[in-house]
Write a protein that binds this ligand. Structure first.
Ligand code: KIV
Length: 286
């Protein structure tokens, strides 16, 4: 496609896709080239998830990720994308402290190139912050169900929406997010039936991760689908490639080529002209 014909994906596009029953796609990315490939593959949105705490920075959870970390990766991803919507996570306690702090931090991510921010949780305090952000011109995606930033208070990786009562509770949270301006809502690790019910009863689209087929869209961590991640992958991940093995094999081959003097060969080296080479034979170094 000619670059001038590229129509960037916006919050309105998401809404239209839900209305037309067209599935919304989202993948995480943390660097320029991966973002470029995701965009070229036609994925609708790219999330600079705070999952980068684990995938890129090697932490055990997302809790150590800072706004400064997010800014660096958001800049890189935004540079690689032409069509997809760029969404950046507000990391742990970069919101939930004061409306002022939230607005300043969200503003930094928008100025780094994000088109929207994502916020985990739905307390009254957070709803108020989302309301303020959207009125300040910042697009917000909500995130409920399992919310990794609350891992210490949740106490484990538990599936949410496992009963009728819990589904209604989640639906009410989602509705409040919608009322306060969230233009989409991520549902993480929610039973398929609950996610279907919630999606059918909301105006804005739901983006599922471990929430079944009936969400309006799907998101996964790119390292998981590419088979690049070290740890255990959750049940809801479908692995489409095995980059971990591909990378280790290629790196091992390079390592052994260098050790065995097979690399660099003539093909990968620069040479002098015949005339210059001959000079070495007739001149000696003093
Ligand atoms: O941080 C993250 O990657 C997320 C998920 C929804 C994929 O929030």
């Amino acid at each position: 496609m000619n670059e001038t014909n590229i129509k960037p994906v916006t919050a309105r596009t998401f809404q239209k896709m839900k209305e037309n029953g067209e599935k919304i796609t989202m993948l995480t990315a943390y660097d320029y080239s991966t973002a470029k490939y995701i965009d070229e593959a036609g994925v609708d949105s790219v999330l600079i998830g705070d999952s980068l705490g684990m995938t890129v920075l090697g932490y055990d959870t997302t809790i150590n990720v800072t706004v400064d970390d997010m800014i660096i990766f958001t800049r890189a991803v935004a540079k690689g994308v032409k069509r997809a919507m760029v969404i950046a996570d507000l990391p742990f306690l970069s919101f939930n402290v004061s409306k002022e702090k939230t607005t300043v931090n969200a503003g930094k991510l928008i100025q780094a190139g994000a088109n929207a921010v994502k916020i985990e949780g739905s307390s009254d305090f957070i709803l108020d912050e989302i309301n303020h952000l959207t009125k300040s011109g910042i697009n917000v995606i909500g995130h409920i169900g399992f919310t990794p930033q609350y891992i210490n208070t949740i106490g484990g990786y538990f599936v949410q929406g496992k009963s009728y009562e819990n589904t209604i509770k989640l639906l009410n949270e989602a509705k409040k997010l919608e009322e306060n301006g969230a233009f989409a809502i991520v549902l993480e690790m929610v039973s398929s039936e609950s996610a279907k019910y919630i999606s059918e009863n909301l105006t804005v689209p739901t983006i599922g991760i471990g929430a079944g087929i009936d969400c309006d869209g799907q998101v996964l961590v790119v390292d998981d689908i590419l088979g690049k991640f070290w740890g255990n992958t959750p049940k809801f991940v479908k692995q489409y490639a095995n980059l971990k093995d591909t990378m280790i094999n290629a790196i091992s081959e390079y390592n052994s080529d260098v050790k065995n003097k097979k690399f660099p060969s003539v093909e990968h080296s620069f040479s002098l002209s015949e005339i210059e080479r001959e000079k070495f034979e007739y001149n000696t170094v003093k």
